[in-house]
Design a protein around this ligand. Sequence first.
Ligand code: XMP
Length: 517
Amino acid sequence: PVLVVDFGAQYAQLIARRVREAGVYSEIVPHSITAAEVAAKNPAGIVLSGGPSSVYEPGSPSLDPGILALGLPVMGICYGFQVMAQQLGGEVAQTGRREYGATTMTVHGDGGALLAEQPPTQTTWMSHGDSVARAPEGFTVLASTADTPVAAFADDERKLYGVQWHPEVKHSEYGQRVLENFLHRAAGIPADWNSGNVIAEQVERIRAQIGDARVICGLSGGVDSAVAAALVHEAVGDQLVCVFVDHGLLRADERRQVEEDYVAATGIRLVTVDAREQFLTALAGVTEPETKRKIIGREFIRTFEQAAADLVAEAADEGGSIDFLVQGTLYPDIVESGHGSGTATIKSHHNVGGLPDDLQFALVEPLRALFKDEVRAIGRELGLPAEIVNRQPFPGPGLGIRIIGEVTQERLDLLREADAIVRAELTAAGLDAEIWQCPVVLLADVRSVGVQGDGRTYGHPIVLRPVSSEDAMTADWTRLPYDVLARISNRITNEVAGVNRVVLDVTSKPPGTIEWE
Ligand code: XMP
């Protein structure tokens, strides 16, 4: 792989994506990684990310100097560029001037391998305080801006490169070209990572892990578990049985879609478990979001255990217990549950941080290293129908984390009704492709006064949370047309008893998250 060293910026995610878009598999690692750990991963190259700090700040993230001496191709970006300059004997100056936003950059000469075949002046996206004042010994300066004499440098001999701007953001006109030049021209890494290869590799791995044992997959109706199941089915065929848990936190019509459409599309054997009582009982009285998530994660596993035991009992002659559980866990789930590279727990995704400690299953997670759009590409490649592959994300804990307050049957019914209206209107307006997803949230513990017909109402608000995103790691609120919002608001307040207001969430991520809990 190419390792993306994370200096604490959200940019590391984006860099990893862009590297993959260039056809090279990438993984994010914390900046605390040692040279020996890097060497053990046998990477083809390294990218040092940007970061929020100044190299002069006490406690600012550092890099094991041994890493730059491993003889691997390295490209530093922004803060990573400055760390390189400093470690290799160049000079980083606190100029007190900040360069922020779109900045014109001038390429020196032919730009070398890194800036080859690019216009001599171009727009780049900058965000830095300190600047590299002098490149280290042996480096050639490749570019500059009005404020920054050393905006890019290269040492072709040692295959060390750096740029002050952010090539990973779309505002940098030729950014992707810079990354591709580093990967393909400078480092000589071929572009051979694609969905076909991922499938072949994962099928191998799954076979090696499972052998001829039986395996169950928790199917949620979402893209991730659907693709994970299809991949495992490709690998081990009928050793796989899918288990769909109706936990009562589903949206309208979801159960039917899974039971009919998914099975029709894949021919995979499916067992549905009605666990509505069980989940509702477990969630009674609970309002704290992380507690809810942990309870839901635990109940999912308990349900899978029971389903596995039932399957074993039903076919006693087919041999022993079922010890493998397939989950459609994605890379962002792991990162946000705090299991990534030195990252904080934002929220415990039910299938990662929400797992009980006494988990009996060995997990099979073939999508663990992937982002959603990559999973969709694999689903397409495996022949899953567009309705499944293009489905908007819906979290495993479902409506349980969209009721702010205690989860009760009555509140679930109410939210389900409001959610169905929102989905129907967005689809009717042709907006599905534009929206990443649109959580509909019930503020169950908030009430406000309204007037309807001749009387006073004292009802709950419904929040609309339409977001646009590339991978759910960051998101912006979608600017929905006013007339669509008006129609949704009218319908919900008229049709859903107990709701007298509809409000719009206009917060990006960060600082908000997509779901409210
Ligand atoms: P947040 O709220 O963290 O959501 O911005 C990011 C994406 O993840 C989905 N999500 C989950 N999916 N289990 C899931 O399967 C979970 O526990 C979970 N929590 C959040 C969320 O819908 C969004 O797409």
